[in-house]
Design a protein around this ligand. Structure first.
Ligand code: NAG
Ligand code: NAG
Ligand code: NAG
Ligand code: NAG
Length: 224
C-alpha cells in the first residue's frame, strides 16, 4: 500500500506540474481542451436537465474541465493556477487515451473513433472507454452530489451508449443505486477536498481509494 500510495503521488500530484514544464503549455493539456465545454451552459438542456453525451470525446472531456474548474478553489492553498489539483491526472489520462486511438471501435464494424470516420466518437466497444466511464461519469456525479458543482443533482444526466446500458449509470440517483460503494468513496474524497484541514497527502489517499473502487467495479463489468 505504501508503494501504491507513492505511485499515486507521482501520477496525480506531479503529472500536471511536470507536463507544464514542457516547451509549450498547450502540450500539457489533453487534446481539444480549449474547444471542450467548460461550463454547464455549454451543454444541451432538455426539460431542465443538462444532457451530456459522454460517448463524444469533447463532451466527456468537458466533464473533467468543469470538475477541475469547480474544485480549483480548494487547491489554491497548495499551488497557484490549479497546478496541484490532483484531478488533473484523470483528464490527462483520458486525453492520452484519445490521442492513442484507444477510444475507437476496435471491432472496426463502425467508424466510431477512427480518423477517417467519426473521430470524436467514443466507442462502447472500447475497453479503455468503458473503464474510463467509471473514472469520469462517477467522479463527476459524485461531485454534483457533494454540492461542489453548484447544480442540483436532478439537473444533469448523461446519455446511454448504443448497447450494454446496464453496465453504466446516467444520473446521480441511478449511480447511487447501481454503484453505491464507488459513489460513497468519491463522495468521501470530495468531503475532504471541501474540508480546510485536509493536506495533499490525505487527499491523495482518499482519491486513491475512490480510484481503486471505480476500477474494481469497472473490471468486474468488463473483464478481459
Ligand atoms: C432543475 O430541475 C428542476 C426539476 O426538473 C427544474 O424545475 C429546474 O428549473 C431545473 N433548474 C435548472 C437551473 O435548470
Ligand atoms: C472557471 O470557469 C469560469 C467560466 O468559464 C471562468 O470564468 C473561471 O475563470 C474559471 N475558473 C478557474 C479557476 O479556472
Ligand atoms: C435517473 O435515471 C434513471 C434510469 O437510468 C431514471 O429512471 C430516473 O428517472 C432518473 N432520475 C432523474 C432524477 O433524472
Ligand atoms: C476555509 O478556508 C477559507 C479560505 O482559506 C476561509 O475563508 C474559511 O473560513 C475556512 N473555513 C473553515 C471552516 O475553516
Amino acid at each position: 500500500m505504501a508503494f501504491s500510495l507513492s505511485w499515486a503521488c507521482v501520477i496525480f500530484g506531479c503529472i500536471f506540474a511536470s507536463l507544464a514544464g514542457t516547451s509549450s503549455i498547450s502540450e500539457a493539456y489533453p487534446p481539444l481542451w480549449k474547444e471542450s465545454p467548460g461550463q454547464f451552459s455549454d451543454y444541451n438542456v432538455e426539460n431542465g436537465k443538462y444532457i451530456i453525451n459522454v460517448w463524444h470525446y469533447p463532451e466527456r472531456l468537458g466533464t473533467y474541465k468543469i470538475l477541475l474548474n469547480k474544485t480549483a478553489k480548494y487547491f489554491e492553498k497548495f499551488a497557484p493556477e490549479n497546478e496541484q489539483n490532483i484531478l488533473w491526472g484523470l483528464a490527462v489520462q483520458h486525453g492520452w487515451q484519445y490521442h492513442t486511438g484507444r477510444l475507437a471501435d476496435p471491432t472496426q464494424t463502425t467508424d466510431c473513433g477512427h480518423e477517417s470516420g467519426d473521430h470524436l466518437c467514443i466507442s462502447v466497444d472500447s475497453w479503455s472507454a468503458d473503464i474510463n466511464y467509471y473514472l469520469s461519469a462517477m467522479p463527476f456525479f459524485a461531485a454534483v452530489d457533494s454540492g461542489i458543482m453548484g447544480i442540483s443533482s436532478d439537473n444533469v444526466t448523461v446519455l446511454p451508449p448504443s448497447k450494454d446500458q446496464m453496465s453504466f449509470c446516467y444520473n446521480v440517483s441511478s449511480c447511487h443505486s447501481s454503484f453505491p460503494e464507488v459513489m460513497k468513496k468519491w463522495n468521501e474524497f470530495y468531503q475532504h477536498v471541501k474540508s480546510n484541514s485536509s493536506n495533499c497527502d490525505d487527499l491523495l489517499k482518499y482519491l486513491w481509494a475512490a480510484h481503486v473502487s471505480s476500477l474494481e467495479v469497472a473490471r468486474k463489468n468488463f473483464h478481459n
